[in-house]
Ligand binder design. Structure first.
Ligand SMILES: Nc1ncnc2c1ncn2[C@@H]1O[C@H](COP(=O)(O)OP(=O)(O)OP(=O)(O)O)[C@@H](O)[C@H]1O
Ligand SMILES: [Mg+2]
Length: 300
C-alpha cells in the first residue's frame, strides 16, 4: 500500500522516452482539459487526479498539472514529496522537464509546491515563457489535465486559456449555481465560446440534471453561452477514505462509485473522434466549418 504514494524523481526527457516507448505512437497534439470551479472544495483535485489515472489506464500519455500554486493539492492527495516543483520553475528558472515526475498509475505529474500565491508575481515576459513551455509539452502527451484552484486569478485564467475544454465542477446547492455562473460570466468576458462541460459532483441523477438545467438556462439567457452536460458524480465515502490514506482513489478503490462514473467519462473522451471545442486557432477553423455545415443544412 505504501508504495502507491512512492515516486521516483527523474529528468523529464527520460520519462518522455519511456512514455513514447510505451505507446509506440508518433507524437500528436495533446488535449488540454482544465478542471475548474467557482467555489472551492467541490472535488476538482480528486476528480482531475482520478481522471488522469483512468486515462493512463487506457494507455494514454497523461500529464496532471497541479495548478494550485498556493496549496499543492496533488502532492498531498498522492502522498508525494517532490524535490522540485513549479515553484522552482517560477522562482529559480528551472524548466518544466526538470520538475516533471512520474506519478502513480503511469501518469506524469507537474507538482505545484506551496506558498506561491499567483503567477502574477512572474511578470508578463516570464509568464509568456512559462505558457510557451506548457505548449511545448503538447506534442509529447495525449492529455494534459490542469487542476486549478477555485475562482479566477491570473494563474487560473492562464491555465484555462491553454485548455481546449473546461470541466466546470459544481455541487447541487443554490449558492454553487451562483458561483458557477459567476465563473462562466468571467470566461465569456475573456472570449471563451463553447467548450465548457458541467460536471455535478456529490449529486444524484435528478440533482445533476436540475443543476445543469438551471445553469445552462441562465448562461444561454444572459450570455448566449451554450454549456455541455458531462454528467453527475455520486457522493462516495471511499473518496474521503482514499484522501485520508493519501492514495489515489482510482487505484486504491477502482470499483468505487465515483471511479466507475469517471471511467465512463474517460472512455467517452477516448472514443471521441473530433477533438473537443477549443479556444485556439484549430477550434476557430473547426467552428467555422461546423457553422457553414449547419447553415448549409438549414438553407437546403
Ligand atoms: N464524490 C464525492 N463524494 C464524497 N466526498 C467527496 C467527493 N468529491 C470530493 N469529496 C471530498 O471533498 C473534499 C474536497 O475535494 P477536493 O480537494 O478534490 O476539492 P477541490 O475542489 O480540489 O478543493 P479546492 O478548491 O480547495 O482545491 C475532499 O475532502 C474529498 O474527500
Ligand atoms: Mg483542489
Amino acid at each position: 500500500m505504501h508504495q502507491l504514494g512512492h515516486t521516483s524523481v527523474r529528468m523529464g526527457e527520460e520519462i518522455f522516452s519511456s512514455a513514447s516507448a510505451k505507446t509506440g505512437t508518433f507524437p500528436c497534439s495533446a488535449r488540454a482539459i482544465a478542471f475548474t470551479s467557482g467555489k472551492g472544495g467541490v472535488g476538482k483535485s480528486n476528480i482531475a487526479a482520478a481522471t488522469a489515472i483512468l486515462l493512463a489506464g487506457y494507455g494514454k500519455r497523461v500529464l496532471l498539472v497541479d495548478g494550485d500554486l498556493g496549496l499543492a493539492n496533488i502532492d498531498v492527495l498522492f502522498g508525494l514529496r517532490p524535490r522540485l516543483t513549479l515553484q522552482h520553475v517560477v522562482q529559480d528558472g528551472r524548466t518544466l522537464d526538470d520538475v516533471l515526475i512520474e506519478g502513480p498509475g503511469g501518469i506524469f505529474v507537474l507538482p505545484a509546491g506551496s506558498g506561491l500565491q499567483d503567477l502574477a508575481t512572474l511578470g508578463q515576459a516570464r509568464l509568456d515563457e512559462l505558457l510557451a513551455a506548457f505548449r511545448a509539452l503538447d506534442s509529447r502527451m495525449d492529455y494534459i489535465l490542469f487542476d486549478t484552484p477555485a475562482g479566477i486569478s491570473l494563474t487560473v485564467t492562464a491555465f484555462l486559456d491553454l485548455s481546449d475544454r473546461l470541466v466546470l465542477i459544481t455541487m447541487p446547492a443554490p449558492p454553487a449555481l451562483t458561483d458557477a455562473y459567476a465563473l462562466i460570466k468571467v470566461l465569456w468576458k475573456r472570449g471563451r465560446r463553447g467548450g465548457i462541460s458541467v460536471l455535478v459532483n456529490q449529486a444524484d441523477e435528478a440533482e445533476g440534471r436540475a443543476m445543469f438545467r438551471g445553469l445552462s438556462w441562465v448562461s444561454e439567457q444572459f450570455l448566449d453561452q451554450q454549456l455541455d452536460y458531462l454528467g453527475y458524480l455520486p457522493r462516495d465515502p471511499l473518496v474521503a477514505e482514499a484522501v485520508r490514506r493519501q492514495q489515489p482513489v482510482a487505484l486504491a478503490y477502482p470499483d468505487a462509485p465515483l471511479v466507475s462514473a469517471l471511467r465512463t467519462i474517460a472512455r467517452t473522451w477516448i472514443n471521441e473522434q473530433a477533438p473537443p471545442a477549443s479556444g485556439g486557432i484549430e477550434a476557430l477553423a473547426r467552428d467555422a466549418v461546423a457553422t457553414t455545415t449547419t447553415s448549409d443544412r438549414r438553407a437546403s
